[in-house]
Ligand binder design. Structure first.
Ligand code: BV8
Ligand code: ZN
Length: 258
């Protein structure tokens, strides 16, 4: 059911969260939008307009155009470095104190949930805060690039242990998700009493299947998104608004009924 942030549905969702033993928040790039990090679907200037992310965030693109892809990531890494968690991130972190078991399963690579204080964050798609060698897999240190732009080319540094190039420690399209993260996400979803599905279009797999696993296991699904998505149809309640507004109101509702 579609709605704006209706008080009755906010109260219903908050009551379910207050009674829940296990809550899982599944988040996508919309969760970070109010921290100044663009979502994948938004129309963008520069490379985003010329090359959709699915064509940039791939091993093939990095092999063919390493400086273009690495430059794009250094721009995104700059956005992450200057971003701060917003009220929605802090609201999720505060909910942890109200629920015996609270996991965040995120598609985001910006580390903002951890910086807001969430103790259990499962990163399905890796992290832009880490770099590794594309050949030997060893960790690598990469200095920030001042003034990075979406279309600026930056040569990826060479690994100190082999002749490989350093790359962001993220999961590209066509690459498998880390098995431990995916298993942990599916396990958390299958035991969840309530799932918050925040800021994801539900278009990218297998991440988009995590809320479906929760639904099949009987979880009560709350979607937080200003727009309708592929996952809206499995939601018990849709709170139609931005994460930075809805999540603090949900927390306030939980706290008022304590
Ligand atoms: C895999 C990290 C198999 C990198 C990302 C061919 C070959 C192999 C696989 C495939 C293939 N064809 C299709 C696939 C499957 C593919 C896929 O799903 N493709 C899509 C395009 C159809 N998946 C994969 O490739 C995955 N791997 O399948 O491997 C395999 C197995 C074994 C061996 C080999 C291979 C890997 C997918 C991971 C890709 N990496 N990120 C990086 O960051 O650069 S995905 C990336 O895009 C994000 O992490 C995220 O997951 C996705 C974008 O989705 P969202 O987060 O939902 O963002 P989106 O912009 O779509 O939506 C934003 C939402 O926010 C909107 O609903 C909007 O309304 C809302 N919003 C806006 N503002 C706000 C808001 N909400 C709340 N508040 C606001 N203020
Ligand atoms: Zn190496």
């Amino acid at each position: 059911m579609d709605n704006d942030i209706r008080a009755d549905l906010l109260a219903e969702a908050a009551a379910k969260l207050d009674r829940a033993q296990r809550v899982v928040a599944v988040t996508g790039s919309g969760m970070s939008r109010e921290s100044g990090i663009p979502t994948f679907r938004e129309a963008q200037t520069g490379l985003w307009a010329q090359f959709p992310p699915e064509e940039l965030a791939t091993p093939e693109a990095f092999a063919q155009h390493p400086a273009r892809v690495f430059g794009w990531y250094m721009w995104r890494r700059h956005l992450v470095d200057v971003a701060v968690p917003h009220a929605g991130h802090h609201a999720l972190a505060a909910m942890v104190g109200h629920v015996p078991c609270f996991d965040v399963v995120t598609q985001n690579v910006d580390g903002l949930h951890q910086r807001a204080g969430c103790p259990s964050v499962i990163e399905l798609h890796g992290s832009l805060c880490r770099f590794r060698c594309g050949q030997c897999g060893g960790p690598g240190e990469v200095e920030p690039v001042a003034g990075a732009t979406p279309t600026g080319e930056v040569d990826p540094p060479q690994c100190t242990r082999c002749s490989g190039r350093l790359r962001p420690d993220v999961v590209w399209f066509g690459e498998p998700l880390p098995a431990t993260a995916l298993d942990a996400a599916w396990k958390a979803a299958s035991h969840a009493d309530v799932m918050l599905v925040v800021g994801t279009s539900g278009l990218v797999y297998p991440a988009a299947s995590v809320p479906v696993v929760g639904r099949r296991s009987g979880a009560y699904i709350v979607e937080v998104n200003p727009d309708r998505t592929e996952l809206s149809s499995i939601a018990d309640v849709v709170l139609r608004g931005p994460a930075g507004v809805v999540l603090p109101r949900l927390l306030a509702e939980m706290e008022s009924s304590c």
